[in-house]
Design a protein around this ligand. Structure first.
Ligand SMILES: Nc1nc(=O)c2c([nH]1)NC[C@@H]1CN(c3ccc(C(=O)N[C@@H](CCC(=O)O)C(=O)O)cc3)CN21
Ligand SMILES: CC(C)C(=O)C(=O)O
Ligand SMILES: [Mg+2]
Length: 288
């Protein structure tokens, strides 16, 4: 097998080449079975630190740890096979200086096998982006609304509603692009700013609440399948998984309380030849 063939997943090159050509499809995943279901349809799977909110019940992503990101990253890698997998670096793991960022990013890559990491990149982070890319770590940037800055902003607030803010977001985007990020998430900005950024940078922009003008889209999967109770305005619901789970659990509870579950077909019984009823059914189905 040639070295080329060993790279079976989509790579940074596939993502980069999509700019201005084909919209990039990205969603979040946090566990193996979800990753497996999503993998055939996604170019890129993001193990987002949103896991802290949608899976662990935190109010924000600030409390997410390296250990959480690594465990979820490992699970997503096991469940996926063709999408590129990117893991979010948690708050506090990359901001101190480029060396700390590199060490933590390298740990995430070694322990999960993911192909790249993502950091919420204020203009200050350009040094860390360049430092990591030069040393072999592909970096996805994340500009605009940066959820890890929720305590500075006083909430999750869309960006670019004032002139100063627009300039700041554009500066963040250009700094990360020039530092060598292979793609960037643009979150929570108005369409004209998203369009300006997409035109100004050489890497693909992947929008969330950032209009159709970006080179790709990402959503938190739990939001778009209807599995999370609170969702921002930019989410479109493609499913009602919460309703589905609620209906299933309600029906199960009613069956248990009414002694309708388990039924005969879900019960093991000892037969005269020592075989269970279940195993006889299994043999019959196999044509034995
Ligand atoms: N489940 C989930 N989905 C997400 O999309 C998501 C997370 N979690 N966690 C991290 C961030 C936070 N996100 C959000 C959340 C809310 C708004 C929002 O509704 N902003 C309003 C104002 C809200 C306010 O004033 O409090 C806005 O108009 O900017 C935007 C992005 C996106 N990210
Ligand atoms: C929604 C995306 C961009 C994210 O950063 C996350 O899920 O944590
Ligand atoms: Mg994130």
């Amino acid at each position: 097998m040639s070295a080329q063939n060993q790279i079976r997943r989509k790579t940074v090159r596939d993502i980069a080449q999509a700019k201005g050509a084909t919209p990039i499809v990205c969603l979040t995943a946090y566990d193996a079975p979800m990753a497996k279901m999503m993998d055939p349809f996604c170019d890129l799977i993001l193990v987002g630190d949103s896991v802290g909110m949608v899976v662990h019940g935190l109010d924000s992503t600030v409390g997410v740890s390296m250990e959480m990101m690594i465990l979820h990253g490992q699970a997503v890698m096991r469940g996926s096979s063709q999408a590129m997998v990117v893991v979010d670096m948690p708050f506090g793991s990359y901001e101190t200086n480029p060396d700390v960022a590199f060490l933590n990013a390298a740990r995430i890559m070694k322990e999960t096998g993911c192909q790249a990491i993502k950091i919420e990149s204020g203009e200050y982070a350009a040094g860390a982006v360049a430092h990591m890319v030069e040393r072999g770590i592909p970096v996805m940037a994340h500009v605009g609304l940066r959820p890890q800055a929720v305590n500075v902003d006083g909430g999750f607030r869309a960006k670019g509603r004032s002139d100063i803010e627009r300039k700041r977001v554009m500066a963040e985007a250009k700094a990360a692009d020039e530092a060598g990020c292979f793609a960037m998430v643009v979150e929570g900005v108005a369409e004209d700013l998203a369009e300006e950024i997409t035109k100004a940078v050489s890497c693909p922009t992947i929008g969330i609440g950032a209009s159709v003008s970006c080179d790709g889209q990402v959503l938190v999967t739990h939001d778009m399948i209807g599995m999370f109770d609170w969702t921002p305005k930019f989410v479109r619901r493609y499913g009602d998984v919460r309703g589905e789970i609620g209906r299933a659990v309600e029906a199960y509870a009613a069956d248990v309380r009414g002694r309708r579950f388990p039924g005969e077909e879900e019960t093991y019984t000892m037969s005269s030849n020592g075989k269970t009823k279940q195993s006889r059914i299994a043999v019959k189905k196999r044509g034995g």
